[in-house]
Design a protein around this ligand. Structure first.
Ligand SMILES: Cc1ncc(COP(=O)(O)O)c(C=O)c1O
Length: 478
């Protein structure tokens, strides 16, 4: 069956989407005519994204107003395009930037393209769930003093699992040194619209904020926004790079979808977010009945010393049970027809949005309570393979910059025999696409053990050209 037929068939099979896109295939929020009837190119009267001065500019100005930003641009290449443009616009070739190590791979690709020297800051791991926590403003302050030549700070908040960093404190630390802050808020386009949700990074002082509106709001996949604030970022440079990284034929379907989403929020954000907030509250309340499975919530996050939590992400830990993450993920999929967003060794993640229905929350909640009863608690589970949190193993040693690796002769060797060698490939778990190893870093024994643990748990390890995951490309002489 081809892709189109498979999509049609799937859409009628009754699976509930606890994953992105945030429209959740819910036609009640945003209907649409036959997409072909409105799919055009830059014809008269329809403006040009790369030189916007008409209908598109007006739409982007409304988006800026909604988020309280000075400038906002549509992105049709996802947050990826905005991240590439944001980092490129703030740096010259060879500059130094301060980067949270739990950054998305697009951040690493920008570093590669501009030949930047990254100074990494590692998030503190959240040990109970084995996920990445937030970034410490204190360490950012120290690193900015230690490296006065840093040109940009890049952090991710919220994380995939919904952990927030103190963006305001980091913005003011960066600004004291005249350095702009880019907040990758790809997972937080829905923040700030209702008191039940944390504030968004535009209002917290970040100079560049990136939003994948397709992830957590009702919008088509690939649609995203970049917001620019303050005087430390040159907006003209941002636009120049957006024209480099994005298609010269941006989709009018995607752009009108963004505009529809903005209109929906302008008109109904209070109502939609208060219904959604209530549903989440009830869901978390109901989940207090769980005996073996555990749900990440604001209290756990605060008790672990992290800054804040976005309740839209539902992270379910199986650590205390006889199950693996995969067991729970496939049980929800096969038995209850609930498609979750991602699975890791010890947890499963669901993404929710204003597009979710009451029935959807009930279905997930009921399924989890049933599964919880069937699987016994277990206190001697083998936890010997490392967590998904990147800070839980020793940071790899950087031997060369990623852009230097590809000019060197490379060879393919067995991953199991690669300890001590310098990787010429990324190694990351997808999702969320955060590198365990960046080209140019030395492979350690503990990392090989970790990677084997992920492979054994059936997690999706990517980056290696060898699809079997047995071989890794390394720098020949290093
Ligand atoms: C933290 C983070 N930033 C950026 C991106 C890239 O977003 P997009 O898929 O919209 O390009 C992702 C995608 O998963 C992400 O998780």
């Amino acid at each position: 069956m081809n892709l189109y037929d498979s999509l049609l068939k799937y859409s009628n099979m009754g699976y509930y989407p606890m994953h992105m896109p945030g429209h959740k295939r819910n036609p009640d929020l945003l209907g649409m005519v036959n997409p072909y009837s409105i799919d055009i190119t830059e014809i008269d009267g329809f403006d040009n994204l790369h030189h916007a001065k008409g209908i598109l500019l007006k739409g982007m100005e409304r988006a800026a107003q909604l988020y309280g930003s000075v400038h906002t641009n549509y992105l049709v290449g996802g947050s990826t395009a905005g991240i590439l443009a944001g980092i490129s616009a703030c740096t010259k070739k060879g500059d130094k930037i301060l980067v949270a190590r739990n950054s998305h791979k697009s951040v690493y690709h920008a570093i590669y393209l501009k030949e930047l020297v990254p100074v990494y800051i590692y998030p503190r791991p959240e040990r109970q769930f084995g996920i990445n926590g937030g970034i410490s403003p204190e360490i950012i302050k120290e690193l900015l003093i230690k490296h006065p030549d840093i040109k940009l700070v890049v952090i991710t908040s919220p994380t995939y699992e919904g952990i927030l960093t103190d963006v305001k404190a980091i913005a003011s630390a960066a600004h004291e040194h005249g350095v702009p802050l880019m907040a990758d808020e790809a997972h937080g386009a829905h923040l700030g619209f209702h008191p039940g949700f944390p504030k968004g990074s535009v209002s917290l002082g970040a100079d560049i904020v990136i939003h994948s509106i397709h992830k957590t709001l009702p919008a088509f996949t690939q649609s995203a926004l970049i917001h620019i604030n303050g005087s430390l970022v040159d907006y003209e440079e941002i636009k120049r790079y957006l024209a480099i990284y994005q298609s010269t034929s941006p989709s009018y379907l995607l752009m009108s979808g963004v505009e529809q989403c903005v209109t929906l929020l302008e008109q109904r954000k209070e109502e939609l977010f208060s219904v959604y907030g209530k549903r989440l509250e009830l869901f978390y309340e109901k989940m207090k009945q769980l005996r073996n499975l555990r749900i990440l919530d604001g209290e756990t996050v605060k008790a672990s010393g992290f800054y804040g939590f976005d309740p839209s992400k539902i992270t379910i830990s199986v650590k205390n049970t006889e199950m693996t993450g995969n067991d729970l993920y496939y049980c929800l999929l096969k038995k209850y027809k609930i498609q979750m967003e991602m699975v890791s060794k010890d947890y499963v993640l669901g993404m929710t949005s204003i597009g979710d229905t009451e029935e959807g929350f009930k279905r997930l909640g009921d399924a989890l309570l049933l599964v919880d009863k069937q699987y016994r608690a277990c206190d001697n589970k083998d936890n010997s393979s490392p967590e998904a949190a990147i800070g839980s193993t020793e940071p790899p040693e950087r031997v060369m910059l990623s852009n230097q690796v590809y000019d060197e002769p490379r060879e393919n060797i067995l991953l199991s025999e690669s300890a001590g060698r310098v990787t010429a490939e990324y190694v990351y778990l997808y999702p969320p696409g955060i590198p365990l190893l960046v080209p140019g870093e030395r492979i350690s024994k503990s990392l090989i053990t970790g990677i084997k643990g992920y492979q054994k748990s059936g997690l999706s390890l990517q980056g290696l050209q060898d699809m079997t995951g047995r071989y890794i490309k390394v720098v020949a002489k290093a």
